[in-house]
Design a binder for this molecule. Sequence first.
Ligand code: C2E
Ligand code: CA
Ligand code: CA
Length: 594
Amino acid sequence: MLDRREGEEEREVRDVLLVEDNLIDAQLIRRLLRRVSSSSYYRITHVRTLNDAVLSAEELTPHVILADLNLPDSRGTETVASLQTSYPDVPLVIVSSWEDEAISLRSVKAGAQDYLVKGHIDGANLHRVIRYAIERKRTELELVRLAHYDQLTSLPNRTLLRERVDHALARAMRAGSGVATLILDMDRFKEINDMLGHEIGDKLLVEAAQRIRDSVREQDTVARLGGDEFAVILEGVSEAREVLPVIERIIDSLNEVTTIDGHEVNSSTSVGIAMYPENGNDLSELLRAADLAMYQAKSSGRGRYQFFADAMQEEAQSRHALEWALRRAVEKNEFELVYQPQVCLRTGMVIGVEALLRWMSPTRGLLTPYHFIAGLEEFGLINEVGEWVLQTACEQIRKWHAMDLEPMRIGVNVSAQQFEDPMLIDKIRGALKDTKIPPELLELELTESCLMFDPGQAGALLREIRDVGVRIAIDDFGTGYSSLTYLNEFPLNALKIDKNFVQSVESTDRGGPISNMIIGLGQNLGLEVIAEGVETEAQLSYMREHGCDIAQGYLYARPASPEDLTPWLQANQRIPETYIRSIPIKTHGDETGT
Ligand code: C2E
Ligand code: CA
Ligand code: CA
């Protein structure tokens, strides 16, 4: 702090709080402080009791406190403790008349920065001790900050959260009230980070931290648990529904678009909530419960919240088991592909097959993707399995070609996570190279949501795929949110009408109009339209009459293993337009468990 006095150079002012009941000693210290330095001077506030010192804390922020240990109203380390509580950020130097090293040392252990022994103090010595005490305290505070706060967002970290929660739970126990623990996890943060870079990712986290802070009360704790995970502790809650408005405020504020360095970043956040004392007795239990609830919130759609329920505990155990089983499945290659024919509605030719993944689980039998695809994604296994699917499917098509069947395309499903795999394009090239099938026989099926997350980026990757010569179809078309502008710009080859629309064309539902619209769109954009999930003759004739190009569904054939499908293909490569029948295939590649 610099202060200019008339006729003097700029001198640093140091405010000193002197706590000393002995007036003679106080006088001595004053005198010494007056003389010590030409570059700084001391502004002294003198009080004679601990009580006065404590009361002054309201209006004083001294640079240093010099305190006698033994005061009329306090003795020894008690004095140290009280002063520290009242002035947590101020360095403390003990001035003791006792020639007793022990108690002074104990004071330093208890948090004082240094001590002076009366009768052995001179000006230079005093000045130096003060300077070092200030320096030491600053370092200490910095270390405390480093140990307790997250560097990026300046929010409390896990360590400080633990301390705060311990206190909050103790208070709640005394008051007989509750505490809500929230875990917030940003949805798709990793994708944003990978796509837009860490710098923008970091800025998004800082912005999110601020928004969470702004959505809660001053006294509530907001902490960063690491990565894109935050925790919020709400005290004085007697019922879970009291925290709903706060949760909604947080979620809404985090769902708003953020503009960072000119990028509009859309993100949302899922929240899990655990209540003390119902769901746990300490921070670890509460965080675990909130975490389970958060995962539940994520899987029921993003940007939502979920309170913990006991059933989640069991589910977590089964999730663990699933992870273990899936890792094993990848290792032991327990996956299989089944294939479903696609029939051209003009010529009756089987123009392709779609590869569909199955898991032959040693304990649960043959499973459809519904039971494990989300798990593969969650546990980071989908890319590895996806590569195997590409290779195996291409290999199978090569085998069929070698059998003198008419050339057929192979459709391979690619999930959003696979689409973001930077190695995807190499894996595609690899599969084509290894199996030597012409690239135009491979058709990747992508969903709208995986293209629309970052259309710019998606477009670039699609063009790369197109340059390799591979076809691109949009799967489940009509269930996501495609922007027609992008549809026009993407290098696409086909649209697949989702089976829900196909199957509702007969009823008075919206299925008919939506299917017509998709067919019309395909015609306008020059794209093939494939109806999936065709089960009845009525659905088939609707599709044919409205100009749909290709159909696939149980009506023709259920997905089947190569062994089962080969004879079918040999017999039915050309299906007479007037004679459409479903030929039952004895399968093991069927809809187990769905
Ligand atoms: P999808 O791409 O929409 O696949 C069509 C689903 O409809 C398949 O379910 C298929 O068996 C089923 N289906 C076909 N015809 C009919 C029908 O006439 N009626 C009815 N009700 N259903 C029919 P499946 O095999 O259970 O696959 C489910 C989803 O799993 C697929 O939906 C796809 O999104 C995903 N999937 C399948 N294989 C793979 C894969 O290798 N990789 C990835 N990433 N996802 C896959
Ligand atoms: Ca598909
Ligand atoms: Ca579908």
